[in-house]
Design a protein around this ligand. Structure first.
Ligand code: PLP
Length: 457
């Protein structure tokens, strides 16, 4: 593991394999007798590793990171060694109490206002689903849990730039994607509150029942920041649950100068952030904060005889704070990371990553044949190659797709894309634990060289 991390820069960032390449190297049946670990490890190195995309490579600029760190890896090894299943307090009192305290630490680090209580979920998708289910149950006095749906007239609201996990949550919660209203965004790709108000009014006058608004602090496409306070005021006025999805950008709240993004959060009902994205804590570790803890628990509580304990009234039994019964000991790695880095250490890394993003954005601004395609509030840079003589949008889309594919095939860096206003844009997100200025400089050098056709490989 140490060798891997120490030499990771020698590997191509994106796996250089084709579909089926790994599958066809694997025996079609399992071995009857146990094999030597050396033999298994040889296959791990020769078959598995070449088929991996190296998420911990400092030149991994794709999606949002799932970054880790040595303290987090060590903590995960301890978690595996303990092998505890932390469904109720009794099954691992330390896991439950550490989770409670680690969530208090995180709330303080992010400047969350009093009144929120935290619980660790596997992913932001699960946290958002929990929010929607709790909103649904609270709005119906817990009737759907008991009787199922009499009929569905719920509606949910988010911006047109919202993450697909919201679409998934409305499917699973029985609201239906047809009842997810994707509200128009402004020139910064942030939700327009007036359009939200209009949509709610229209739904109410048509007999619909607005259930939940999901505001994004950092959309997936371009980290656009929805204006939380006016959205929260609308939610409060209509008695609608407000869930804040800060899955990626929430980590930037460790820096007080970025807390403007969360202005109005005290009016929200729930808030979620993924330490497994940008807080050096390896996947999976999501933090879900909720104001009405009782509503959350009432939505998910089960109490079979075999799980009853005499401490039930005095402790947090986290099995009732979400969907799954069995739970991993995820708090340990977050606790170890926060203690090892210290809050200042985390702030310094995040600050560096934002500076690297801003540096890259400056290069794009200064180059006459490149353009920025969205504001860069944090460190996600959306850009494209746009030479002076070319204005056909579909040609520009094709050229940029080709440039990105060739860059990724080079193995020297990994970028992904999105579409903004129908335009294909490349995204570069410098947030890897070990990323340095030189990696971002090299990325800019490679991107310009490939785009300008100076690379004839
Ligand atoms: C804004 C936003 N919300 C939610 C998610 C989903 O995260 P998870 O994979 O933890 O479910 C993502 C993933 O990138 C995201 O960018």
């Amino acid at each position: 593991m140490a060798d891997y991390l120490g030499s990771i820069e020698e590997r191509p960032v994106k796996a250089q394999v084709n579909p089926g390449d790994i599958f066809q190297q694997l025996p079609t049946s399992p071995p009857n007798s146990g094999e030597q670990f050396e033999a298994i490890f040889r296959d791990f190195e020769s078959i598995i590793l070449p088929g991996m995309t190296h998420w911990q490579h400092p030149s991994f600029f794709a999606y949002f990171q799932g970054n880790n760190s040595a303290p987090s890896i060590l903590a995960e090894m301890l978690t595996s060694t303990l092998g505890a299943q932390c469904m109720v307090w009794l099954t691992s009192p330390a896991a439950a109490e550490l989770e409670e305290m680690t969530m208090c630490w995180l709330a303080e680090m992010l400047g969350l206002p009093d009144g929120f209580e935290g619980v660790i979920q596997d992913t932001a998708s699960t946290a958002t689903l929990c929010a929607l289910l709790t909103a649904r149950e609270k709005a119906t006095n817990y009737a759907i849990n008991e009787k199922g749906f009499p009929h569905n007239n719920f509606t949910v609201y988010s911006s047109a730039q919202v993450h697909s996990s919201i679409d998934k949550a409305v499917k699973v919660a029985g609201v239906g994607v047809e009842n997810l209203r994707k509200i128009a965004v402004d020139e910064n790709y942030a939700l327009i509150p007036e359009k939200l108000e209009e949509a709610i009014q229209e739904d109410i006058s048509n007999g619909m029942r607005p259930l939940c608004i999901v505001a994004a602090i950092g959309t997936t496409g371009s980290t656009a920041v929805d204006p939380l306070r006016p959205i929260a005021e609308i939610a409060n006025r209509h008695g609608i649950w407000l869930h804040v999805d800060a899955a990626y950008a929430g980590t930037a709240l460790v820096l007080p100068e970025f807390r403007w993004m969360n202005d109005g959060v005290e009016l929200a009902d729930s808030f979620t952030v993924n330490p497994h994205k940008w807080m050096f804590t390896n996947f999976d570790c999501n933090a879900y904060f909720v104001k009405d803890k009782d509503a959350l628990i009432k939505t998910f509580a089960i109490n079979p005889e075999y799980l009853k304990t005499k401490e039930d009234d005095a402790v947090n039994n986290y099995r009732d704070w979400g969907i799954q019964l069995g739970r991993r000991f995820r708090a340990l790695k977050l606790w170890v990371v926060i203690r090892s880095f210290g809050v200042d250490g985390i702030k310094n890394k995040v600050k560096l990553h934002i500076e690297l993003g801003q540096w890259f954005a400056d290069q794009v601004r200064a180059a006459s044949d490149f353009e920025l395609m969205a504001p860069v509030p944090i460190n996600t840079v959306c850009f494209r190659y746009h030479p002076a003589n070319l204005d056909d949008q579909s040609q520009l889309n094709n050229i940029n797709q080709e440039i990105m594919d060739r860059l990724n095939d080079s193995g020297k860096l990994f970028l992904t894309h999105t579409k903004l206003n129908g335009n294909f844009v490349m995204r570069l997100v410098p947030g890897q634990t070990t990323v340095e200025k030189r990696h971002v400089e090299q990325a800019w050098e490679l991107i310009t060289t490939f785009a300008r056709g100076e690379n004839n490989d």
